[in-house]
Design a protein around this ligand. Sequence first.
Ligand SMILES: C[S@@+](CC[C@H](N)C(=O)[O-])C[C@H]1O[C@@H](n2cnc3c(N)ncnc32)[C@H](O)[C@@H]1O
Length: 358
Amino acid sequence: MNAIIDRGWVGRLKRAPELNADSYGDFCEGMRAFIFGRLGATVKVEADATISKAKETGRPLERTNDVRALFDPVPVIATRNRMLRSAQEMMWRRYRESFQAHAATWESELASFDKKGPGTVTYDPAWDPPAYVKHPIHIQPGGYGGDPICGYWYHHASNVFFVGANTQDEYHLSLAKALRPPADGKVKRVIDLGCSIGQLTVTAKERFKDAEVTGLDVAAAQVRYAHKRAAELGVECHFVQRLAEDTKYPDGHFDMVTAFLLFHEVTLEAGRKIVAEAFRILRPGGVFNVFDFPTGFKSYDPYFRYFMEIDHTDNGEPYELDFIASDFDALLTKTGFTVERGAQDVMLARTTYAIKPA
Ligand SMILES: C[S@@+](CC[C@H](N)C(=O)[O-])C[C@H]1O[C@@H](n2cnc3c(N)ncnc32)[C@H](O)[C@@H]1O
């Protein structure tokens, strides 16, 4: 086994231990750029032509089986699906191999940061979370919490996923900017639900410097890496391993609650509980800032329906189809929130401000 070389940082991401892994990641990133760029443009032309022809001949387009029968045989669409799945498998495999080759080093680094500040991390190695959160979402081997050091390789793989735009917390900085504080401007405590490796937690703390900012995630591996990285950046955040539907905080404890891309990755039942929990832990006038897929469609564009179906089957997204078919705004309103829509979309995620009446 080769010795580990400290290859420094690129932006706010520590370089992978081997140049080889980063080069491989760069190749996967290129594949994704091609799939969503030049190939995507060709797919769009073919998909539009296929839909027009189907409409002319009166083919049904309503059900999943209808759109699969329509688009699956189109060569450029089949090529796109295969390449996307392969790029995803390749990015996980290479970064995972690279970090696992030195697993003991990263485990001891995490253990030493567990006890160091700024900030804190709290987790329970004996706790066994519910089965629904262990699904290998995005076909990540072991899911979000299966490998104790997965935070390291998740961070690099997510940079590939975001086509190279996750070295500076680019998306998270723009989300932090879009966060809406309560109307009275008082922000003492913020909690980021489903914080993963803590990028929104850190950027929220950088914006609300005087607030106590906490990141909560069900996966110990995620909050431990999140804490290590926040501490390395010198940003004081607190990370806890808990369920978003049962945070254990008192009523009215927080001024702001955030959740980026959490709801489409949980069951509808868990989603309902998380909304109720966010309402409970917010103080009157507090704001629940949600960034997630749009929901409540009356009808779908056939290719969008197909695209989501392929994401569901090929990219390990077991709950997203139920989520986009649900009416999230109605759930928020029924819980007691007043709902306002923000201007900003990040990836497929739209911005929702759910305000607890003062
Ligand atoms: C797509 S990631 C979220 C990305 C993250 N919010 C960010 O800013 O990059 C989803 C995260 O939600 C966590 N998660 C899933 N179900 C959860 C639950 N019921 N309670 C808390 N965290 C959960 C997963 O472990 C995972 O880290």
